[in-house]
Design a protein around this ligand. Structure first.
Ligand SMILES: [Zn+2]
Length: 275
């Protein structure tokens, strides 16, 4: 008889555990959205012969972007339940178009291109996050895109937007991933401002080659100004890079939350999920 009671109690416990979600005992929404796996392609800007911008003491943008990208990769794996692919893991030159192609080939859910800004004035400071658009938000955004685009497949300067690029830009306007890119840019910018506490230069739009043709939410983050001596120092330190990486990780977690609310968001952009 006692054996029967024990069996009954064990069975009852099993039923309670198994039916916990039905009884409304699900984990909080945040935990749910984070439980949804995702694939993120991180693109450390520049590399190899393309140094990107160079700071007052000679620190190169390409080294900061790689340092941040590696720390971000670890953060996304550990905290955001994402698998991560880097467009480069070493100091090598990868054409801009190839970086986007890598993200498309790996069916990534999110594409993050990491960059560091530069200005003529050493006092300029702040963070800005971009998503793709044919129309630049302002003159500064247009100039920045022209600089970042200056290393195309052949390494030649590309100063205009026309031909194939224009066609693709017009094509992508109003697509779902374009709206998602705006949401991703907002989430990343907000968490960076919260974590790094620098001037808010805003979420902006500009025709960056590296974002053209990406079939998933894609943004380009300018994590600070290498031309500002204090910022050059901060961004070259492990501590400074980790802070930036952790903040972007929080932004990705926030994006998963607002976009999917823990449901079936990730992967919506894949062909087999399209309606
Ligand atoms: Zn750059």
């Amino acid at each position: 008889m006692r054996g029967h009671v024990k069996y009954f109690v064990t069975t009852l416990l099993a039923i309670v555990v198994v039916s916990a979600p039905v009884l409304g005992l699900e984990p909080p929404e945040e935990t749910q959205s984070n439980a949804v796996p995702c694939v993120v392609v991180i693109d450390p800007g520049h590399g190899g012969e393309d140094t990107g911008a160079v700071g007052p003491t000679g620190v190169a943008e390409k080294d900061i972007t790689l340092g941040v990208a590696k720390k971000l990769s670890a953060g996304l794996r550990e905290k955001a339940n994402c698998s991560v692919i880097l467009t480069r893991e070493d100091d090598v030159f990868i054409p801009l178009e190839e970086r986007t192609a890598m993200a498309n080939r790996s069916s990534a859910d999110i594409f993050l291109s990491i960059h560091v800004n530069a200005a003529h004035s050493k006092s300029v400071d702040g963070i800005e996050t971009f998503f793709l658009s044919f129309d630049s938000t302002d003159e500064d955004a247009r100039r920045l895109a022209a600089f970042e685009n200056s290393f195309s497949a052949s390494g030649h300067v590309r100063s205009d937007v026309g031909g194939d690029l224009l066609e693709i830009l017009l094509d992508m306007a109003n697509t779902e991933s374009h709206h998602e890119s705006a949401a991703l840019a907002e989430a990343v910018q907000a968490s960076l401002l919260k974590g790094v506490k620098r001037e808010d230069r805003g979420v902006k739009q500009a025709p960056f080659t590296v974002l053209v043709g990406a079939t998933m939410p894609a943004v380009l983050v300018e994590v600070g100004f290498i031309s500002n001596p204090r910022e050059e120092r901060r961004l070259s330190s492990d501590k400074g890079q980790l802070k930036v990486a952790d903040s972007i990780t929080d932004g990705v977690i926030g994006f998963k939350k607002i976009t999917g609310r823990g449901k079936d968001y990730i992967g919506f952009n894949r062909p087999d999920k399209k309606e």
